[in-house]
Design a protein around this ligand. Structure first.
Ligand SMILES: [Zn+2]
Length: 299
């Protein structure tokens, strides 16, 4: 008697709870899985990539296609970051919910002003992002704007739980807006520092904190560092004070090490996203990129 009563209670408690877990969310990159986790923690959230993979270069594997097929909402950076693999996934998954232009397909870059938009693109420019830099998750203000629009998208797709998503956004927003000035105060010594970095991966971080990227390890976007290009960067380090050579966790470190050794500079490897190395939230990610940079100020 007692057991069946307990069971009955369990059943009805389940019915009364918000059923937001009904949504299947497909994140192209872990930072958007982390954002989805803030807004819709009960949802089933899948990240197509990890922080240790290059989000420009992903294989449209069968496991990803299967996940895309069951998604109610796909959340991706956009601005052509996933142009090499997402259209293939969408086509093979054949899920009518996540077609471009429909509510189930969400591109973060479409919700904000991206940096470095190009009016025209030619092939000799390399693997550039014409719609601007898509690596916007290191811009705290842009990420907040993305969160706000994403909240309304969740509410649209799952109206029963609309107020639940909005309450989660308010909570995230409050914590995020409290954290921003703390990060800014902590990062103040980085203002005016110059680095050489790999790709424009940290463009928004540097823009936010007033760090100058004086050189890029890539001769052109998408091309690995060549010997001639590295020699040019070495010459640059003799003309300008450079704090460090910076690369993201997923990028090949050999070019950075070659240059750093010869120029006697530290190499700073920064995590590019959440989900690895104990970085379990966007807050932890921001902390984790500031610490190693601050360690080299004034060396
Ligand atoms: Zn890129």
């Amino acid at each position: 008697m007692r057991t069946s009563f307990k069971r009955l209670f369990a059943c009805c408690a389940l019915l009364l709870a918000p059923n937001a877990w009904a949504l299947n969310l497909f994140a192209c990159e872990p930072e958007y899985a982390a954002l989805a986790q803030e807004l819709a923690p009960e949802a089933r959230i899948f990240s197509a990539t990890t922080a240790l993979q290059d989000p420009h270069q992903i294989q449209a594997r069968p496991s990803l296609i299967a996940q895309m097929r069951r998604a109610d909402l796909a959340i991706c950076a956009g601005a052509e970051l996933e142009v090499g693999w997402l259209p293939m996934l969408q086509m093979k998954a054949n899920n009518p919910k996540v077609r471009d232009g429909l509510p189930g397909m969400f591109y973060a870059a479409e919700q904000v002003d991206t940096l470095d938009r190009l009016d025209s693109v030619s092939r000799d420019m390399g693997d550039v992002h014409a719609e601007g830099n898509p690596h916007l998750h290191f811009s705290p203000q842009r990420l907040l704007r993305v969160a706000q629009v994403l909240t309304e998208r969740l509410a649209q797709l799952d109206p029963t739980n609309a107020e639940h998503y909005r309450a989660n956004f308010d909570d995230f927003s409050a914590r995020w807006l409290t954290a921003i000035p703390v990060w800014e105060a902590k990062a103040a010594p980085l203002h005016g520092q110059a680095v050489i970095a790999y790709h424009s991966s940290f463009r928004y971080l540097f823009d936010w904190l007033g760090v100058e990227q004086a050189g890029d390890l890539e001769p052109k976007p998408g091309l690995p560092p060549s010997t001639a290009h590295l020699a040019g960067l070495l010459a640059l380090t003799e003309q300008q004070t450079i704090m460090a050579v910076v690369h993201a966790g997923y990028q090949d470190r050999r070019g950075a090490q070659w240059l750093a050794q010869r120029a006697e500079l530290p190499v700073v490897r920064l995590p590019f996203s959440t989900g690895q190395e104990g970085i379990d939230s966007l807050f932890a990610l921001y902390d984790a990129v500031l610490e190693p940079l601050l360690a080299h100020v004034g060396e």
